[in-house]
Write a protein that binds this ligand. Structure first.
Ligand SMILES: [Zn+2]
Length: 303
């Protein structure tokens, strides 16, 4: 009798154990079946994870950068720094017909930092000096072709023309109000071309170090000039430039550390060749640019 009872107890215990185990298995099985939301969360990776995945997909991306200055209504100047409105439209049309996508400096920085990818054929259109004609003739075309550009301003001229507005497409510079309006459009990104070092006065060649000055003197001069424009940008627009564009492409090695210490993540020079970007932040300094003259179109440059 006792043995029968024991067998019955063991029998029920066994059934109980099997039931527990199967619940466990079912639970285990169900947790191993990821639903769509689980997959999404795990793939929304942190910046480092994204960076690694981009790194394995592509090590180098070619990014040509074009340098413009003035756009006039017609071809009326001999200057290599002036092109016509029609020339600029032909460039935009060529880029659009040939699968290029215009990007700005923030796109390059995001790519290098692994935060986003770049389009298939990226190109950067840059305008130096901040002329009003960029707004009068360039901007409507950028909107028409859904394109973007980077304008590097000289702070001193922006302040002068803000104080005494004069919208002359031949010589005027953009005012802070123009800059704010253009920024709102999303087609234009602004950068720093020095506050007042765009000059060859007093033996200076842009932001290049003078032989006669000490490293400490140079550091003070460059820091106070570039910082002045950075602060004016922040006060007037709420935005702080990421990139320093060397005036006249005149570069001193002594400027490299100073510019990084000021927080600039990229610099633009004027060497007439293309760029290859990687995930090394150093590759954003001293980016090369092709000069677009009236006789050399973007088609000539990129073909
Ligand atoms: Zn310039």
């Amino acid at each position: 009798m006792y043995i029968i009872k024991m067998k019955t107890i063991i029998y029920y215990l066994a059934i109980f154990a099997v039931s527990l185990a199967s619940i466990g298995i079912i639970r285990l099985y169900s947790t191993n079946q990821p639903d769509a939301s689980t997959i999404k969360v795990s793939e929304e990776a942190s910046p480092t994870e994204v960076s690694e995945s981009f790194g394995t997909r592509t090590d180098e991306v070619e990014v040509p950068i074009i340098m413009y200055h003035n756009i006039h209504k017609a071809n009326e100047s001999d200057s290599k720094y002036v092109i016509s409105e029609a020339d600029f439209e032909n460039d935009l049309k060529f880029l659009s017909d040939n699968g290029y996508t215009t990007v700005v400096m923030q796109d390059l920085i995001n790519f290098v930092q692994g935060k986003s990818s770049l389009p298939k054929k990226p190109v950067v259109l840059t305008f130096d000096d901040g002329y009003f004609n960029n707004c009068a003739y360039g901007f409507p075309l950028l909107q028409k072709y859904n394109s973007k550009a980077v304008i590097s301003i000289i702070g001193y001229y922006t302040d002068q023309f803000t104080q005494s507005p004069d919208e002359n497409p031949k010589y005027s510079h953009l005012t802070w109000d123009d800059i704010k309006e253009l920024m709102k459009s999303g087609n234009i990104e602004f950068q720093n071309h020095s506050y007042n070092l765009h000059t060859t006065d007093k033996g200076r060649n842009g932001s290049k170090k003078k032989r006669s000055e000490t490293l400490e003197e140079y550091k003070q001069l460059l820091t106070s000039d570039l910082q002045k424009l950075q602060e004016e940008f922040t006060q007037n627009t709420g935005y702080t430039p990421t990139t320093f564009t060397y005036p006249f492409g005149s570069v001193s090695e002594a400027s490299f550390d100073i510019i990084k210490e000021l927080g600039f993540q990229a610099t633009l020079s004027c060497e007439n060749k293309t760029n290859f970007l990687t995930h090394d932040p150093e590759c954003l300094y001293m980016l090369n640019r092709f000069i677009r003259t009236p006789s050399v179109s973007v088609k000539d440059i990129l073909h």
